[in-house]
Design a protein around this ligand. Structure first.
Ligand code: C5P
Length: 238
């Protein structure tokens, strides 16, 4: 497999084509961003930690029957994935109220949501990722009825697998965002799963162990990501 041209550079990852038209290389950079790119900083070790963390989680999800784009690790900060046609919708499950739902609905941070709630957002930095509903997704042709149902079912299946995994490490999976794409017509989990795209709290102290440490200037951002990994039995190469 040969890495070729840069296809695009996102806020934290860059994507390259390969000699196989069905495969891409993702490079996890140290760049960290929040608030639609308004706050930016390079954090030492972040690319390597997120790449290796994501690989371990994607493998767990794949083994549990969630189809993912992940193929294999290529280096400390690169992996090989299937090339998907991305659906421009972010799927969010919330087990506990935090972040935007607290501001939007005036609910208390930390309130357990039973059953967990599901939301969708249009992936658009220019518009600040507005919240959308299933009718928008259908009417604008971003996904079909069946694709929406599959994304929703897979997003909840990820919750079943990961809530338990993090709980075993004494952590609460508060919420997370997933992105899906199509691979030869099949809905497949894309993007990444790392502490950049979810909220994780220590179960006893409720200490934040995710990107909120960066958003809220709490410090020790990457140390917290590493601690999450270590609690799940991961080791990181730099
Ligand atoms: O900001 P909000 O509370 O809606 O985020 C819900 C979850 O989705 C959080 O875990 C957040 O880190 C993640 N998210 C993300 N990328 C976005 C928006 C939200 O990873 N563009």
């Amino acid at each position: 497999m040969e890495k070729r041209d840069e296809l695009y550079a996102g806020k934290a990852k860059s994507v390259f084509t390969t000699d196989d038209p069905d495969k891409l290389v993702i490079v996890f950079r140290d760049d960290t961003s929040a608030f639609d790119g308004k706050k930016k900083q390079a954090l030492d070790r972040k690319g390597a930690v997120n790449n290796q963390f994501n690989a371990a989680i994607m493998e767990k999800l794949q083994a549990a029957g969630v189809p993912t784009h992940f193929e294999k690790l290529l280096s400390n900060n690169e992996c090989l994935v299937k090339r998907l046609e991305m659906i421009p919708v972010e799927c969010v499950v919330r087990n506990v109220a935090a972040g935007s739902i607290v501001r939007r609905l005036g609910v208390e941070e930390g309130k357990e949501l039973n059953p967990p709630t599901f939301e969708m957002f249009l992936k658009s930095d220019a518009l600040g990722d507005p919240m959308i509903n299933e009718y928008h997704v259908r009417s604008f042709g971003w996904a079909t009825d069946q694709q929406i149902e599959t994304m929703k079912a897979l997003t909840f299946k990820v919750n079943d697998v990961l809530k338990k995994l993090f709980l075993d490490g004494n952590m609460l999976l508060v919420d997370y965002k997933l992105e899906f794409g199509l691979f030869h017509g099949e809905v497949v989990l894309g993007d990444e799963f790392s502490p950049d795209g979810c909220r994780l709290w220590d179960k006893d102290t409720r200490e934040k162990m995710d990107k909120d440490r960066f958003r809220q200037d709490l410090g020790n951002v990457i140390e917290a990501y590493e601690e999450v990994g270590h609690r799940l039995g991961m080791t990181f190469q730099y």
